[in-house]
Design a binder for this molecule. Structure first.
Ligand SMILES: [Zn+2]
Ligand SMILES: [Zn+2]
Length: 205
């Protein structure tokens, strides 16, 4: 047989590359659309004021309508629900409706069916295309999901003879193996120094 999308030889409906593309899309969609949800409500106006997200009486809609028009959590959920129901119907015609679930449940369920989808699902190519489109639309709004810096505590380094503690935020990003204070450049590396850092965190934080 040949791949439904690129025509490369394969023993099922999708080649390895397109199978991987589908798997990656199903894995990332829920997180992408969770991010899209955050973009629906702009957090600040140009004047630095926070727009209330609920109960706003003002004339200006708190919702970013550009985003709603192009990328829509509800639509993504609906589309993926439709695919889940179709795969279920084709594979198990005698079972009833799929159990209720959100976008994340449906993507996870479809991931569990990946072998069968690639081997035997007649619409495997369309499914892969649609997942790809949803993924691209969301990425156009939120950009790539780069790992975010997370604040893990305060710098405990003493920076002068009076015993002043630096106190700057110490942040960590996935993949980093040591921590460095951007203010005083103290490096926290190794178990001992990380334990000290945690032990001496300010109590109220
Ligand atoms: Zn292919
Ligand atoms: Zn510091």
């Amino acid at each position: 047989m040949t791949c439904a999308l690129c025509g490369n030889a394969t023993r099922g409906r999708l080649c390895t590359r397109h199978r991987d593309q589908l798997a990656a899309g199903l894995a990332v969609l829920p997180a992408l659309y969770a991010e899209v949800g955050e973009y629906l409500v702009p957090r600040r106006t140009g004047w630095g004021e926070t727009i209330p997200t609920r109960g706003s009486a003002g004339p200006r809609s708190p919702v970013n309508e550009d985003v709603i028009d192009t990328v829509n959590w509800g639509r993504a959920s609906e589309v993926m629900r439709g695919w889940r129901e179709d795969v279920r119907r084709v594979r198990w015609p005698h079972r009833g409706q799929a159990p209720a679930g959100g976008l994340a449940d449906d993507c996870r369920w479809l991931t569990g069916q990946l072998d069968w989808i690639c081997d035997a699902y007649p619409a495997a190519g369309e499914l892969t295309n649609e997942v790809w489109e949803l993924e691209q639309q969301a990425r156009a709004v939120v950009g790539d999901l780069l790992p975010k810096r997370r604040e893990i505590g305060r710098c405990i380094s003493v920076v002068d003879d009076a015993g002043t503690v630096c106190g700057a935020a110490i942040t960590h990003q996935a993949g980093e193996t040591q921590l460095e204070c951007e203010t005083c450049h103290t490096v926290y590396a190794g178990q001992q120094s990380l334990l000290l850092l945690l032990h001496y965190q300010p109590v109220s934080a």
